[in-house]
Design a protein around this ligand. Structure first.
Ligand code: SAM
Length: 233
């Protein structure tokens, strides 16, 4: 089950989500194409990979991966909101990658998948809506040994946890929650908080790429991509 407010947010957002996502990237000064290039590079894609995309939304990440591999892969896109899946199916058909992408209704904390089924798990801009630790444990369960997890999400700048940050953060959160359609009701961790959480589990961070906002890089929310490996060796 996902939180009712988050569910409603995405039911309503499904139709305009793709256009809004590009617009939000533009407003923060982060180049969407550069970001996607970096995301695909951290995925270390190889032909015939078995890939799980969690919180797949309208399918943008699944489609980018399918195109990068010329559909020479199997992608399972898991998403809890029917309206998002509907838009994703249309997008997938428009892009001609329907042969390698399958959809399932489900949530990150209880994946409808077998143990050690995938080489790669991606989760872009969705894990903040989940019980993060529960979702990471599920990603680990469905990954083959030495498989990879690639997570992209918005992160809070470290300054938000400083003393002056604690005073002005509620105001920043209010402003951002209006811009991101209530997104800030979800958990937005800092990069250091991510590191602490991941190190607690049987997972190892391989690399982190940060895309700070261009106006106030130290204070603005940033986009971050993390590549994580199953197993600590
Ligand atoms: C901001 S969208 C991201 C969609 C897509 N991954 C992308 O990068 O454009 C977040 C998605 O996470 C989904 N979501 C929310 N809670 C979830 C949960 N507990 N498990 C899986 N997906 C969830 C929402 O329905 C929504 O489609």
């Amino acid at each position: 089950m996902i939180e009712k407010k988050i569910g409603q947010q995405y039911e309503e957002w499904a139709k305009s989500y793709d256009e809004d996502k590009i617009k939000l990237f533009g407003e923060s000064g982060v180049d969407y194409n550069e970001f996607m290039k970096s995301l695909l590079s951290l995925c270390e894609l190889k032909p015939n990979m078995s890939i799980l995309d969690v919180g797949a939304g309208t399918g943008l990440t699944s489609i980018a991966i399918a195109k990068a591999l010329s559909c020479n892969c199997r992608i399972l896109a898991v998403e809890p909101i029917d309206e998002m899946i509907e838009r994703a199916r249309t997008n997938v058909q428009q892009e001609g990658v329907e042969d390698c992408i399958e959809f399932k209704n489900g949530i990150g904390e209880s994946l409808p998948c077998n143990d050690e089924e995938f080489d790669l798990v991606t989760c872009t801009f969705a894990i903040r809506h989940m019980d993060v630790e529960g979702a990471l444990l599920e990603f680990e369960r469905v990954l083959r040994p030495s498989g990879r997890i690639v997570i992209a999400d918005i992160c809070a700048p470290e300054k938000w946890r400083s003393l002056p940050g604690k005073i002005i953060t509620p105001l920043m959160q209010f402003m951002i929650s209006r811009k991101y359609k209530g997104e800030m009701k979800s958990k937005v961790l800092t990069v250091n908080e991510w590191k602490t959480l991941i190190e607690k589990l049987d997972l190892r961070i391989r690399s982190i790429v940060e895309f700070p906002g261009k106006r106030e890089p130290e204070w603005e929310i940033k986009r971050v991509i993390m590549s994580i490996q199953k197993g600590i060796q």
